[in-house]
Design a protein. Sequence first.
Length: 208
Amino acid sequence: MAAVKGQASPRQARANATRARIITSAYALFCESGYRGTTMESIAERAGVAVQTVYFAFRTKDDLLQAVYEWAVLGDEGTPPPLQDWNVTALAGSDARDAIPAIVAGIATIHARVAPMLPVFDAISPEPAGAIHRRSEDLRRSDMAKLASALARKTPLRKGMTRRRAADLIFVLTGPRSYQSFVLEAGWPPRDWVRWVTATLRHDLFGD
């Protein structure tokens, strides 16, 4: 029986499920043992597949790290953050101040996956694989500049606040390092981080 157009065949569905299992297994091991302490063999064992299967899906460990980080940022659906439902819905409203809580909460769901990976990239920063996170941060900075402009078009920024300064504040306050410091290291509940970032941004950007 042929697969319906746009629907994966059973074989492709199995391959996709195997790929997803390898990625989540690698994510867990990278977070537990670091990049150097994780082998392709240990990933295969955790995923319940042959090591040849891991190499077939991902030629090198660097390629697998790239896929793992993309999954951490994009989630199971593979959707860029600006196009995820929480962001689209938040920006559909007329008041930027009302959009910020939903945006920060959405970002927190991403950082719950991304922040545990930061020590991995810190350890391999000088290596080629370390560029994966740096490229992602460059893209995030660009996205935050677009977000600052979108918010400013809805609600005037407070006196003296430029869009560039607003973008810098959003980039730093909503960044994975902020989440890592307060949630993973200081032990804040994620909801408290969301409340603090929301309150700080609303005050600094709009004078609330």
